[in-house]
Design a protein around this ligand. Structure first.
Ligand code: CDP
Length: 196
């Protein structure tokens, strides 16, 4: 069975948690596509060469979740050749037998416009910054500024800007618990699998 769940949205909206839960519930594989861009940014040097030569072990570096790695990711993610180098891998993953969940910024719009389910997970910048701060600590104002800066870069870029696909189900998690957000996402996938 081929079945793709595309989950897009801005930084720290809860995509990762929802994606892992959906993948676990339906036995699908999960790809956090942000990690690809984080790994390219973290490699340093020429970003296009880093993207073309990206290896599985590059995705296991311990420092990829930091705020700095997020900023470096969003800077290399504006480069069309970097994005192009990562397309095939993501599409193969999406259409592999057994079902797949991919989370990122452009999955429903560019990578998998034919995905069976598209979710756009969002929340207010303040709520997202608070969640990120709980993970990384530090100065909360710096974390909020980082979230806003990355939103502006991701939404404003010319190539594959962050936006909800027209046929995406929008999930604003600002006032939802994790359980509620996960439950909503699972019921959207369930309904689609049952042909509703
Ligand atoms: O975890 P968080 O939502 O903060 O970020 P991420 O999903 O790991 O993505 C890091 C950065 O990579 C984003 O700010 C985007 O600039 C870029 N990215 C992208 O351009 N396209 C994707 N499909 C995934 C990430």
């Amino acid at each position: 069975m081929k079945f793709t769940v595309a989950i897009d949205g801005p930084a720290a909206a809860g995509k990762g948690t929802i994606s892992r839960a959906v993948a676990g519930r339906f036995g699908f594989r999960h790809l956090d596509t942000g990690l690809l861009y984080r790994a390219v940014g973290a490699k340093g040097g020429d970003p296009v060469a880093a993207a073309v030569g990206l290896l599985p072990e590059d995705l296991t570096r311990g420092d990829l979740r930091s705020l700095e790695a997020g900023q470096a990711a969003s800077r290399v993610a504006v480069i069309p050749e970097v994005r192009a180098a990562l397309v095939d891998f993501q599409r193969r993953f999406a259409r592999a037998e057994g079902g797949a969940v991919l989370d990122g910024r452009d999955i429903g719009t560019v990578i998998c416009p034919e995905a069976e389910v598209k979710l756009y997970v969002t929340a207010s910048p303040e709520v997202r910054a608070h969640r990120r701060w709980l993970e990384v600590g530090g100065d909360p104002y710096v974390v909020l500024a980082e979230v806003r800066e990355r939103d502006a870069r991701d939404m404003g870029r010319a190539e594959a800007p962050l936006r909800a696909a027209e046929d995406a189900v929008v999930l604003d998690t600002s006032e939802m618990s994790v359980e509620e957000a996960v439950g909503r996402a699972i019921s959207v996938v369930q309904a689609r699998m049952e042909g509703r």
